[in-house]
Design a protein around this ligand. Structure first.
Ligand SMILES: *Cc1c(COP(=O)(O)O)cnc(C)c1O
Length: 399
């Protein structure tokens, strides 16, 4: 199989029921059997490849699973109704009362809240670390550690996790290295760098249309089979299932993911470099000024670029709010959370997506009130967009 994620997805060939070029959508919750004994064999796990009930498996969700497994180079995948559904069911599949997790402190706000507030109720403890300091991870490992959890590129500071280094710590142990790759599909292939499990919020770049919520867990066959186990699987028993019609629409959007990622990356690099020249503080992992630039270069699949996310620090909350409102008024994009849309989306992380993180911890992490997180769109003329953004900055007195 190709060692390129885009080629591996491209090479899938699924005919529809009547020879359609898209697989037919199986909008059925349950499936018939010609023989009662076959149904029994499926229930008992002795007969594979049959669909039984759509909370377990469904042909349409299976096609999407196949494409995601191809992209991340795993044996299998599981899709869920949201990124959080994928994250929570994956964690609950691995951890039980008494277990410990070591997690990056700069993770998605929902994941942070789940680890910090929810899991202690189940007796699962999380140690939060600065993931760029891998010695902190090593120092916290003990006999109860079950998982190291991080994001490839963290929200909102775009710090890059050193997956090869983290993998060298968890290798030869039973500790799972779980990586949320939502910001960098195609760009970084965590499994090839040594991760055990890759998670995605499909809601963002992978779907790319801001019309759906979904999530995925990509892992080896054994883990995905465990997640779907009718007696013990978190993917089966917690019911985080994705709807088959939604799975079909996300799969169709996924076919242009590689082109979109290239354009997002091209545009984000252009905007970052030009604002840096204007004297604005910019966070973008594709520039030498970023602390993990060389690590990013070591880890990424170059042809897809450095990603579509960047952060501009305009020094105060007032500036940030005025800048964002001006950009929306000028039709540069939308003042909205989320990312990976065809048009630019922007928000102030301190008071939105990272608001679950207490203020003093935000300061510790290097978050500041004047930060504007930008998910750059796939704009055809990015120079025009830059000029418009610059004008907005002038209008509100930042430049
Ligand atoms: C959005 C996001 C999630 C959560 O995904 P949902 O689809 O909103 O549940 C998890 N991780 C990251 C990095 C995200 O950006």
């Amino acid at each position: 199989m190709s060692n390129n994620p885009a080629d591996r997805v491209q090479d899938l060939q699924n005919f529809g029921e009547f020879g359609g070029v898209n697989p037919s959508i199986a909008d059925s919750s349950t499936f018939t059997y010609l023989k009662a004994s076959t149904m029994q064999a499926v229930f008992e796990g002795e007969q594979e490849g049959c669909h039984l009930y759509s909370r377990h498996t469904n042909p349409s969700t299976s096609y999407l699973c196949q494409a995601l497994a191809r992209m991340e180079n795993t044996e299998a995948a599981f899709v869920a109704s949201s990124g959080m559904a994928a994250i929570t069911s994956c964690i609950l599949q691995i951890c039980e009362s008494g277990d410990e997790i070591i997690a990056s402190r700069t993770i998605y706000g929902g994941t942070y809240a789940f680890l910090k507030n929810f899991l202690p109720k189940l007796g699962i403890k999380t140690h939060f670390v600065d993931i760029t300091k891998t010695n902190q991870v090593e120092a916290l490992i003990n006999a109860n550690t079950k998982m190291v959890y991080c994001e490839t590129m963290s929200n909102p500071l775009l710090e890059i996790a050193d997956i090869p280094e983290l993998a060298s710590i968890t290798k030869n142990t039973s500790i799972k290295l779980v990586v949320d790759n939502t910001f960098t599909p195609m760009i970084i292939s965590p499994i090839e760098l040594g991760a055990d499990i890759v998670i995605h919020s499909l809601t963002k770049f992978i779907n790319g249309a801001s019309d759906a919520v979904g999530g995925a867990v990509c892992a080896d066959e054994e883990f995905i089979t465990d997640m779907l186990d009718v007696n013990n699987g978190a993917g089966m028993l917690l019911g985080p299932v994705m709807d088959p019609i939604r799975a079909a629409s996300i799969l169709k959007n996924m076919r242009t993911l590689h082109i979109r990622m290239q354009q997002h990356s091209h545009n984000a690099k252009f905007i970052s470099e030009h604002f840096l020249k204007e004297g604005i503080q910019v966070y973008y992992p594709g520039m030498e000024s970023h602390a993990q630039f060389s690590l990013m270069k070591k880890c990424f699949n170059e042809e897809f670029g450095y990603g579509g996310m960047l952060v501009l620090d305009v020094k105060s909350k007032e500036n940030a709010y005025a800048f964002m409102e001006a950009m929306q008024n000028d039709n540069i994009g939308y003042l909205a959370v989320s990312l990976g849309f065809y048009k630019t989306l922007f928000s102030a992380p301190g008071s939105s997506t990272s608001s679950e993180i207490p203020e003093e911890e935000q300061v510790q992490m290097g978050l500041s009130e004047g930060m504007v997180r930008i998910s750059i769109g796939i704009d055809n003329n990015i120079n025009r967009t830059f000029e418009k953004m610059k004008n907005c900055m002038k209008k509100v007195g930042i430049l």
